[in-house]
Structure formats: C-alpha cells, structure tokens
Design a protein around this ligand. Structure first.
Ligand code: FPP
Length: 243
C-alpha cells in the first residue's frame, strides 16, 4: 500500500544568515535582509503549494535591538516596504498574517503597518503566516503569566492547556518542524514553550538562498524522523497539544 510521507502542519523557521550572505557579496547587511524578504515570500508560497497550513518565522528578536541603530532602523523600514509590496498579493493567495511579539516598543508607523497586514488578511485560512517580531520565547512566557494573573486565573486553574491559551501563538498548533538556517545550532530564544516536541533541522544554507529545494530537503528529513512524544512506540497521532 502506498502511504504518503508525513507532512508537518506547522513549520517554524529561524531565518539566519542574511548578514553573511551579503558580506560574501561585498554588499551591506541591509541588502541581505532585503533578499531575506524575497526568500520569505518564496517560502510562504512553497508552503501554500505543499498544503502546509501554518508557518512561523523569526523576523526580529527581543535581542536584535542590540544591533547598530542603522541596521535596526533598516529592518523597521523593511517592514513598511514588505507590507506595502507583498501583503495584497499574499492576501489574494489565501495567506493570513499574524504578528506575534511585543508591539509596545516599535514605532507607531510599524505598528500601523502590521495592523494593516493583519486586517487585510484576517479572513484567510489557507496558510497562517505568523511573523515573530520583537519576540522572545521568554518574553512570551512572561507575558502569558502576567495576563493570567491580571485576569485572576487561580493557581488551581493553571495547567499546560491554560498557559498555552495565553501564549502568543495560541492560534496555531505547536510546530512539528523547527528549521534554522545559517549554520548555528541554537534555538536562540525562539518558540521555547511551543517547540517542546518539534523536530529540529539545521542547515548551513544562508537564509537568502533558501528555496523550494531546501524546503523539500527539510521536509524529507522530517518525514524520516520517528516521533514518539515520550512514548517508546512511534506516535500514530499528531503532537499532543497543550491547547
Ligand atoms: C538573521 O540574519 C536575520 C534577521 C535578524 C532578520 C530576519 C529578517 C528577514 C529575513 C526579513 C524579513 C523581515 C520582515 C521585515 C518581515 P543575520 O542578520 O543575523 O545574519 P548573520 O548571522 O549572517 O549576521
């Protein structure tokens, strides 16, 4: 009997390597980030074609503020350009955009731009693209705790399912496949809670070079993994969800 390879429902990506990609071409880092946006749009489309319903990407971490002011403002500007250039088209392709992260520190302009992207795509469901921006896994846990307490949730009510409802990515199942490009073997404070059972895949490919062939390599590696979720036998069900 033919069985199709298991496909992840949710892919999460740390898009690393833009700076090195640009440096190798004697170009400014900002050029690497611009090409990173192109790679992101390519990847969104590749996921749509493959029927992957959730994609979450790390676009700006809580720690990225430490970068030179010029690079930070360049990345903020890139948000405005990317939203105006791509959101309408992605909306037509059935993509819903959700921003996860602390919006309090970003400018009014960037906040408005993210709002525009979310509003324009709110009714789509073919693929949910969550863009982690000014996000950190520890921040996410802290904000969830804060809101739980603010809403008067009692200690007895606090269990994994309840906490999961307060996490920034409550609208998506936990990621099945966690990809990091750029050769580093770290999670770097990305989805700490949600990646508990994710299959990890690291590639030396620098993010601007990421394409369908790279995605397919990651998907093939995923399909070959045996997921057990703490059991001794392979799982027949998808990952246990806290939510
Ligand atoms: C890591 O590469 C990449 C980032 C910090 C930014 C990621 C952003 C994008 C791919 C653009 C998409 C963002 C928007 C606006 C939606 P790096 O700079 O750390 O590269 P390096 O490790 O080679 O220095």
């Amino acid at each position: 009997m033919m069985t199709s390879a298991p496909m992840p429902r949710h892919v999460a990506i740390v898009m690393d390597g833009n700076g090195r990609w640009a440096a190798r071409r004697h170009m400014p880092r900002s050029f690497g980030h611009e090409q990173g946006v192109e790679a992101l749009v390519r990847t969104v489309r590749a996921c749509v074609v493959r029927g992957i319903p959730y994609l979450t990407v790390f676009a700006f971490s809580s720690e990225n503020w430490k970068r030179p002011e010029e690079e930070v403002s360049g990345l903020m500007n890139l948000v405005l350009v990317a939203v105006s250039r791509y959101v309408r088209r992605l909306a037509e392709e059935g993509v819903r955009i959700c921003i996860v992260g602390d919006r309090s520190r970003v400018s009014e302009k960037v906040r408005a731009s993210w709002q525009e992207a979310e509003d324009a795509t709110r009714h789509n469901s073919r693929l949910v693209l969550s863009v982690a921006f000014n996000y950190g896994g520890r921040w996410d846990m802290v904000q969830a705790c804060r809101r739980l307490i603010e809403e008067g949730v009692s200690p007895e009510q606090v269990d994994e399912a309840t906490v999961a409802r307060y996490m920034a990515l409550h609208h998506a199942p936990d990621p099945d496949l966690f990809i990091r490009t750029g050769g580093e073997l770290r999670i770097s404070n990305f989805l700490l809670w949600q990646a508990a059972y994710s299959e990890l895949y690291f590639t030396d490919c620098l993010w601007p070079d990421f394409d369908e062939a790279e995605l397919d390599r990651a998907l093939a590696a995923y399909a070959a993994r045996e997921r057990r979720f703490g059991d001794v036998r392979p799982a027949v069900e998808p990952a246990p969800q806290a939510a």
